[in-house]
Design a protein around this ligand. Structure first.
Ligand code: GRG
Length: 274
């Protein structure tokens, strides 16, 4: 991914803070978690928090803890999603998945570790006052919990979508949830109004859906047996559907009081057209 100059130092700091986010308990778990975090993840969710925070004119330093916590939750979900009892994947980020590089039990424990560590990082963050922490922790537990991320995964495994509406519901829970969390984190840190927070949620929903379709396009050849947008639409139909989502996203962003210039520039890189 081509990186905009403003993103580079932010991305470097995210990676540095991620390396520091693990504590030294069990050596094997630490090594396994480092293996996951050393993989070439794009860090989209923390970038979204931090660039939106920059747009909302707040102190960027306060954003790193929450942004890292969110990336840890994302990494946990990938480790568990790759397990044989879930998606059963052998490769992730161009390397063996964690359960292939180590073993299944380590991958289960490491996922649990990344998830719980996310909540610890947020709780211990010295830059945030207690009231803000509680709001961030509530959002993180909501979006990673049983009515969002986990429900999306459960529906995806057990009741594959039979229509675009059903697919949109699953994708919103599975993918948009952490995007909404990323944007709401920025809004909470910048102490925006409830109305603006709602607008950020709407941006997160559209953005997550468009991102998941992009992901389906990228994996079209390798994931032919899996349920994706291509189970329901051909290539042209999927492109049109994504275009519609991106224009709805544009409308949502235009409704915000702030210009969101950093977020827009970053989305231009992610989708090459927003
Ligand atoms: C909690 C087990 C469990 C699953 C939750 C998130 C999820 C559901 C499953 C992971 C697999 C998947 C298709 C997720 C959809 C979101 C998505 C497109 C993930 C890939 O995100 P990127 O491209 O990944 O940001 P990198 O590797 O760059 O971090």
């Amino acid at each position: 991914m081509q990186i905009n100059p403003i993103c580079k130092p932010i991305l470097e700091k995210i990676n540095q803070r991620l390396r520091e986010a693990l504590d030294r308990g069990d050596e094997r778990l630490h090594q396994a978690a480092s293996y996951v975090l050393d993989g070439e993840g794009k860090r989209v969710r923390p970038m979204l928090t931090l660039l939106t925070l920059l747009d909302l004119s707040s102190d960027l330093d306060r954003g790193y803890g929450p942004a890292i916590a969110l990336e840890l939750v994302h990494n946990y979900s990938l480790v568990h999603d790759d397990l044989p009892c879930m998606d059963d994947d052998d490769e992730r980020r161009g390397r063996p998945t964690l359960h292939k590089a180590y073993d299944e039990a380590t991958a289960v424990l490491c996922g649990d570790y990344l998830l719980t560590q996310a909540f610890k990082i947020l709780t211990d963050d010295p830059h945030l006052d207690a009231e803000i922490k509680v709001r961030l922790l509530e959002r993180l537990s909501y979006y990673s919990g049983g009515s969002q991320l986990l429900l999306g995964q459960s529906l995806d495994l057990l009741t594959p979508a039979g229509s675009i509406e059903e697919l949109q519901t699953i994708y919103q829970m599975k993918t948009s949830s952490l995007f909404c969390c990323a944007l709401e984190f920025a809004g909470i840190l910048a102490e925006v109004s409830d109305e603006e927070l709602h607008q950020l949620t709407q941006i997160g929903i559209k953005l997550g859906l468009a991102f998941q379709i992009e992901n389906d396009f990228l994996k079209k050849e390798t994931e032919e047996n899996k349920f994706t947008i291509f189970t329901l639409l051909d290539k042209k139909g999927a492109k049109l559907y994504q275009k519609k989502l991106l224009s709805e996203l544009q409308i949502e962003m235009d409704q915000m009081h702030e210009s969101l210039s950093h977020l827009r520039a970053y989305l231009g890189v992610l989708f090459r057209e927003v």
